[in-house]
Design a binder for this molecule. Sequence first.
Ligand code: AP5
Ligand code: MG
Length: 232
Amino acid sequence: MTECRILVLLGAPGAGKGTQTTKLVQKFRMKYLSTGEALRQKAGEDTLLGNQARESMERGELVSNELVAQVVRDCMTDFRDSTGFILDGFPRNRSQAELLEEIAGETPIWVINIRVDEEVVITRLSGRRHCVECGKITNVNFSPPRQEGVCDTCGAKLVQRPDDFPNVVQRRLQVYREQTKPLTDFYSKKGCYFEVDGNLDTETVFERISAHLTGEESLAGNPHLSAGQSSA
Ligand code: AP5
Ligand code: MG
């Protein structure tokens, strides 16, 4: 069995982290954590931490490192039982990167930075909708549903994430530039870092990430992961 590794997907809001995570999980059967998804769940709870998370997310700010650490530790308890564990949206600052090193121990951390232009992000996020029932994500700017506001898959209502409203997107981008983007320097110096052009279409981005993971893009062709490998 291939050695377990942690795969960090870095990138601005709307870079395609969630989209690529879904495809990688299907192809490589890796486990994953999206801190955004996990925190949206917490934000739905009427608790002190839930309310704090919701307020931060609605403003486009980062949620406290303490709550994020709790979520990450809870979800990563058995990460070594898989061929790989994908982190979508974590770490987002230096302190979270240090926490990840502590959790990872000897497990290698591979970082994929999905680089994307801000104009592209703004178009993508203004058009993103998700289904309230099945959760399917669609984009009214690129692949509009057959009936406006209605999910093609299950017929339920399509809604917009509250943090995708233009003023909040601007704040999320600013937070990304100030707190998360510096991590690209931190990781590129460690040599476990790969950049992909996220402005390209979804399939091309996925092919490039997959080729990197399987070693197909290197002359040596040293395979790191096999498609469909069991995560047992
Ligand atoms: P989170 O949910 O992680 O949001 P984000 O990082 O801002 O990223 P998004 O989910 O908006 O975008 P994405 O990169 O996943 O893109 P997607 O694939 O959906 O976090 C939300 C909030 O939670 C944060 O603001 C913060 O408050 C809090 N939080 C989360 N993690 C935290 C942490 N570690 N610490 C503290 N706080 C934290 O794609 C976007 C759209 O584009 C979709 O419509 C998709 O269909 C489309 N698309 C994707 N790729 C392509 C492509 N290649 N071509 C064309 N369209 C594409
Ligand atoms: Mg996402």
